[in-house]
Design a binder for this molecule. Structure first.
Ligand code: HEC
Length: 177
């Protein structure tokens, strides 16, 4: 028997098109200020964007054990996701060891990174106080700050990372001159 394939195809497409029409205004929902705040996470190297709150390495110890140790080691110096500690002074050697302590130029960037990306399986789950505390813990493990140094929006930006001056700025680009 003759199968009018073209007719069948037309019927299929037509039935999809009939099902499709939806008023575009019915899709999605209004973005609120609270929704936006969840994504407004940028911390600049000069500290702009750091939230209120504070913490010390001492209070950060338990935050670390509960949220980070499984992947970065009990003392931040190993584990399946790698060490965040050590290597300071090794960058100009034949075997540079790049860690947060040896390589990252700004403590504020450490806060920014942890706030948006860690813990790996549940980013955004730490409070601002917990974030300051766990960042203080990592800095302390690198012997950059003392056990009881309070990290907050003001003090964090003043932390001098060992490799602060190890980067070359290409802005304005020397290539344009
Ligand atoms: C489930 C495993 C896991 C947990 C838990 C975890 N991390 Fe990570 N972390 C990773 C992985 C994987 C990377 C590398 C990610 C990449 O390169 O994209 C990483 C990278 C990092 C880095 C960047 C290291 C570098 O030198 O580039 C920091 C800092 C960091 N984690 C901090 C933390 C902190 C703080 C916690 C706890 C609040 C935490 N992590 C919990 C898996 C984990």
């Amino acid at each position: 028997m003759f199968m009018p394939r073209t007719l069948i195809r037309i019927a299929v497409v037509a039935s999809i098109l009939i099902a499709l029409p939806v008023n575009a205004q019915d899709l999605g929902q209004q973005v609120t200020e609270d929704d936006l705040a969840l994504w407004d996470l940028t911390t600049e190297s000069n500290g702009t964007g750091l939230p209120p709150g504070s913490g010390t390495a001492r209070t950060g110890q338990s935050v670390w054990s509960e949220n980070c140790a499984a992947c970065h080691g009990a003392k931040a110096d190993g584990g399946p996701a790698g060490s965040l500690v050590g290597g300071i002074g090794s960058l100009t050697s034949a075997a540079p060891v790049k860690t947060v302590g040896s390589y990252w130029p700004y403590a504020t960037s450490l806060f920014d990174y942890v706030r948006r990306a860690m813990p790996y399986q549940d980013p955004g789950s730490l409070s601002d106080d917990e974030l300051y505390a766990v960042v203080a813990y990592i800095l302390n493990r690198n012997e950059i700050i003392d056990d009881d140094a309070v990290m907050n929006a003001k003090s964090l930006k003043d932390v001098k990372m060992p490799n602060r001056n190890g980067f070359v700025s290409y802005w304005p680009s020397p290539l344009k001159n």
